[in-house]
Design a protein around this ligand. Structure first.
Ligand SMILES: [Zn+2]
Length: 209
């Protein structure tokens, strides 16, 4: 135990590390401190379920406090935080069982260039590994596909935000923040156009209305 403590102290000295949220000193292998982790994981899952005609929407918590800071920190480049966010989805799945096929809201090319990684894809990959759900890239941002817009039908598609070639009937869709719901509406309508009958949407944080 003594040796382990000394080793940890030495590591902390050579590799100082701080909580991505509050800045407290933490072990080199950690991402956030225990206080922040406990506060975030006990803030959900929310009991609010929104039943829409097109889909059911489940939330982990509201977009506020430490959860908001965690999401912002992740999106600003601390990509390793995807594991912590993925765990929140797992907790949500325990309460509200998902469909076996998992997909995510993809980043557009411009945000991909800015951020350097597809933030929901990274979470979805980890989540698929941990939950056993089958991951599929079912949504494509329409903007990224302009070159295919050659005829009238294709041009009509361009006014839509996403499109899909996925023919699965039941789909689990994840996203980080729900603000106006426009993104989810566009995504779900693309999935339904390509054949989905039921979509369950899981969100990490809902913006306070
Ligand atoms: Zn902290």
């Amino acid at each position: 135990m003594q040796i382990k403590d000394n080793l940890e102290r030495a590591l902390n000295f050579f590799f100082p590390n701080e909580c991505a949220i509050c800045g407290t000193d933490i072990k080199p292998s950690s991402l956030i401190c225990d206080n922040c982790r406990i506060e975030i994981s006990s803030s959900g899952p929310s009991v609010t379920v929104e039943k829409h005609k097109c889909c059911d929407v489940y939330y982990f918590s509201i977009y506020d406090g430490k959860l908001r800071e965690l999401i912002l920190s992740y999106k600003s480049g601390r990509w390793r935080l995807h594991k912590i966010l993925s765990r929140l989805f797992l907790k949500l799945f325990e309460y509200y069982p998902p469909y076996p096929l998992l997909t995510y809201i993809p980043s557009t090319t411009s945000s991909l260039e800015e951020r350097g990684f597809d933030h929901m894809k990274l979470i979805a990959k980890h989540l698929s590994k941990k939950s056993g759900l089958v991951l599929k890239k079912a949504l494509i941002p329409a903007k990224d596909d302009r070159q295919y817009g050659k005829n009238m039908l294709e041009r009509k598609k361009l006014s839509e935000k996403y499109y899909s070639h996925c023919t699965s009937k039941e789909i689990t869709l994840i996203d980080d923040v729900y603000t106006t719901g426009a993104t989810i509406r566009d995504a779900v309508s693309a999935l339904r156009r390509s054949g989905a009958a039921k979509v369950k949407v899981y969100i990490l944080a809902k913006a306070k209305g």
